[in-house]
Ligand binder design. Structure first.
Ligand code: ATP
Ligand code: MG
Length: 229
């Protein structure tokens, strides 16, 4: 058993059934990701990158095959353990931020912890620290509509980080941003990865963004298709 492996996928198959026909999206994906790695997943639109990311993060189930996080098979967790896993072990950053419009920056960041029964006052320091890291201290009382796209994405990153997850999943974190803002977000992710040895798994279309990761997994025709070195 290799203790360094935090995410392992074994022979993942994913089929979608739509209107009586079945499409085979992931055809046999196996991979291992070590603690502290920063990995990008690339591939054409529709190749199944988001599907793979959701399966790795336990937000969706494979049709066949298994995902292990810290050597634990996600399929063996009961509902309670699964929601604990989602709240405490992983952070998710989505392409479209998914912020709550009528909550301010602080409230959006704290939301996962508040839903987990935690008290705002016990997290004051951590909140201040995270606002500092993402550069939003001055904007903590603003609502999402008062922020730029890059600032909104930084709120989403802070929200994914506040629970100190072991693994951060990001689906095209720079997809909706101009190149300068995208670069800032990538530098922020790189800093987070280095600072706490936080594992990051990121889907991206951007070669520039992928440069910030340690390695790239290419998905093609439902399989991993990396050039042989
Ligand atoms: N819930 C679903 N039901 C049916 N089909 C789905 C579902 N989710 C995804 N698909 C299909 O699976 C394929 C892969 O989708 P996915 O979103 O994983 O692609 P992607 O590689 O992330 O693409 P993009 O780069 O455009 O985001 C697509 O053909 C999509 O239509
Ligand atoms: Mg996608």
């Amino acid at each position: 058993m290799n203790e360094k492996i935090v995410v392992e996928a074994r022979n993942i198959i994913k089929d979608f059934n739509v209107a009586k026909s079945t499409t085979h999206i992931l055809k046999d994906i196996s991979l291992k990701i070590e603690k502290g790695e920063f990995v990008s997943i690339m591939g054409q639109s529709g190749s199944g990158k988001s599907t793979l990311l959701y399966i790795l993060g336990g937000l969706d189930q494979p049709t066949k095959g298994s995902v292990y996080i810290n050597q634990k098979n996600l399929a063996k967790l009961n509902d309670n353990q699964m929601s604990q896993f989602r709240r405490r072990k992983i952070g998710f950053i989505f392409q479209f931020y998914n912020l709550i419009p009528n909550l301010n920056v602080e409230e959006n960041i704290m939301l996962p912890l508040l839903l987990d029964g935690k008290k705002m006052k016990d997290y004051k320091q951590q909140l201040n620290h995270i606002l500092e890291i993402v550069g939003l201290t001055e904007r903590r009382k603003h609502t999402p509509r008062e922020l730029s796209g890059g600032q909104q994405q930084r709120v989403a990153i802070a929200r994914a980080l506040i629970g100190q997850p072991e693994i951060l999943f990001a689906d095209e974190p720079t997809g909706n941003l101009d190149s300068k803002t995208g670069e800032d977000i990538m530098k922020l992710l790189q800093k987070i990865n280095k600072m706490n040895q936080q594992t990051i798994i990121m889907v991206t279309h951007s070669n520039e963004a992928a440069q910030y990761s340690h390695r790239t997994i290419i998905v093609k025709d439902g399989q991993i298709n990396n050039p042989i070195k």
